[in-house]
Design a protein around this ligand. Structure first.
Ligand SMILES: *Cc1c(COP(=O)(O)O)cnc(C)c1O
Length: 344
């Protein structure tokens, strides 16, 4: 999202880490795998996410799997948006907690389910901060109020909001100016951050508990030093180059605004993930071919990933895009929409 792949400072940090530590750690964090760079990365993450502490895993997928299945178990209830990421689903299933799926971004449905759940059971609510196929945001003010009312823990997956939302790019709490409203902040080091790995950030007790109980942390090797160092440096670059976050939101607004002005339906996106509604799967494939042929990289999203008749293109804006390139992409996509009858 922020155009950080290949950033000289980040590449350099990875190279220096290889020179200092080599390419691997020979082990898990709890035995000999922990290096200073892991500690540094976790401190940087905690600071950037405004939490007391943070913990890293070898992927975002493993983070969700591990965190969810450690925090809830049989007898507990987990509430999950129907459009949540697969790794959240898998974490819920692994936990053996009762699994309640509510309608996408429908907080009334969530509240009904919370209010009819037994008062004594432990409740965990998990949602994506920004939904990966639609680009729409969760209504954090309402969501956090509901969770407080029913004494439910709130966990957010910030895979698509880190570096994207908030003035400094720290995520959805900053966007809504609601510090401290999320109990468990999870994210990946493989999207905005050009590395690999996942993290969870929260208060000291939560992170300390996960450090001693999360099986995906205890029984899987530490992040390679180069990747940990790259992730650490990337966060410092985001802090030192705040123009990237501003530019990303300007670019997203320019792209969404231009498409809408031409009559295209970008659904409810407010972020860098931009769906462009096409209708039938065939039309989405044809529009993708047209756009890619003219060097605009979009991907089709078709059934069963989305309901029949709601096939779309999925485009992603980054801070590395120039205004002219965005305008040209708008023209090319609009032209193909005319050719294929999506636009009159
Ligand atoms: C990509 C993604 C993940 C998984 O992250 P990886 O680091 O690729 O394993 C989890 N949640 C969401 C919402 C994602 O988009």
């Amino acid at each position: 999202y922020l155009g950080l792949v290949g950033h000289p400072r980040i590449n350099k940090a990875a190279q220096l880490a290889i020179e200092k530590y080599g390419t691997g750690t020979h082990g898990v964090r709890t035995l000999a795998g922990s290096l200073m760079i892991h500690k540094e990365l976790e401190e940087t993450l905690a600071q950037f996410k405004h939490t007391e502490d943070a913990l890293t895993f070898t992927s975002g997928y493993v983070t969700n799997l591990s965190v969810i299945s450690t925090l809830v178990a049989r007898g507990d209830i987990v509430f999950c948006d129907k459009l949540n990421h697969a790794s959240i689903y898998d974490g819920c299933l692994l936990s053996h907690a009762k699994f309640e799926r509510f309608e996408h971004n429908n907080l009334i449905d969530l509240e009904e389910r919370l209010s009819s759940a037994p008062q004594t059971s432990t409740k965990l609510v998990i949602v994506d901060a920004v939904f990966s196929m639609d680009g729409d945001l969760v209504d954090l003010p309402v969501l956090s109020a509901i969770c407080k009312k029913y004494h439910a823990w709130l966990m957010l997956d910030e895979a698509h909001s880190l570096g994207v939302l908030g003035k400094s790019g720290s995520g959805i709490e900053e966007h809504y100016n609601l510090p401290g409203s999320i109990d468990i902040k999870m994210g990946t080091l493989s999207k905005t951050i050009p590395s690999v790995g996942g993290y969870v950030a929260g208060n000291k007790d939560l992170i300390n508990y996960l450090r001693h109980a999360a099986r995906g942390y205890i029984f899987s090797a530490a992040l390679p030093p180069a990747q940990a160092s790259a992730a650490n440096e990337a966060i410092h670059v985001i802090i030192d180059e705040p123009w990237r976050v501003t530019k990303l939101s300007e670019n997203a607004n320019r792209f969404i605004g231009g498409l809408k002005q031409n009559g295209l339906d970008t659904m409810l996106t407010e972020t860098a993930i931009v769906p462009i509604l096409c209708g039938d799967d065939d039309i989405a494939f044809a529009m993708t071919r047209e756009a890619q042929h003219k060097l605009v990289f979009v991907l089709p999203v078709v059934s069963p990933a989305v309901p029949q008749g709601l096939a779309r293109l999925r485009a992603t804006v980054t801070a590395a895009h120039e205004s002219d390139a965005i305008d040209k992409a708008i023209d090319i996509i609009s032209e193909s929409a005319h050719q294929l009858g999506v636009l009159e």
